[in-house]
Design a protein around this ligand. Sequence first.
Ligand SMILES: CC(C)(COP(=O)(O)OP(=O)(O)OC[C@H]1O[C@@H](n2cnc3c(N)ncnc32)[C@H](O)[C@@H]1OP(=O)(O)O)[C@@H](O)C(=O)NCCC(=O)NCCS
Length: 189
Amino acid sequence: MDQPILETERLILRPFVDGDAPRIAELAGDKSIADTTIRIPHPYSEAMALEWIGTHKAVRGEELALFYAVDLKESGELVGSTGIDIDILHSRATIGYWIGREHWNKGYATEAASILLEYVFNVMKFHKVDSHHFARNPASGRVLEKLGMKREGLLRGHIKKSGVWEDIIEYGILDHEYGQLESSLQRSR
Ligand SMILES: CC(C)(COP(=O)(O)OP(=O)(O)OC[C@H]1O[C@@H](n2cnc3c(N)ncnc32)[C@H](O)[C@@H]1OP(=O)(O)O)[C@@H](O)C(=O)NCCC(=O)NCCS
């Protein structure tokens, strides 16, 4: 499966390289990232980041997932990550993201996820993109709303994180809805 570099006004999305491990450990090692993500543990070491990066080629080859580093175009600074888990059988991608705490609320998660969404629908030609967030993490829900995704429901006590059962809110967008969204955006330009 291809993984082209994706570009937005302020960001470059590119595959991770081993040299990113220290920066990932620094950013994702902040407790605020582990707190609202399902898979990121705390503490999160450089060795764990390196091991994670080491899985990317295989999961891409098996069409199971794509992971992108999110860099600021101007400075080259790595500020976060976005990616998709892939379900080929159902032509569906589940989008995820995190942004280093010092860069929150600058629109980076929305900007990065939005170019990935465009890639999934317009190039990969998938049928659906979904995502979910802990009910206590409204900032992520806001990102998904800004992407044009619809809230599909609340899954009670669905995930156990750090020994606590968490409610999950599920979002999704279908290919025809994305097409309508794109044409209405183009009309308003
Ligand atoms: C969730 C996260 C990715 C958002 O990244 P970000 O780059 O700050 O997101 P954006 O700037 O694109 O958008 C954030 C939106 O949430 C809003 N927001 C922030 N805190 C909020 C809160 N407590 N309640 C409601 N909305 C909130 C912001 O105002 C903004 O919306 P606006 O543009 O309408 O003002 C970031 O907080 C993060 O990495 N958190 C830890 C990891 C995580 O939770 N990942 C997602 C797992 S589902």
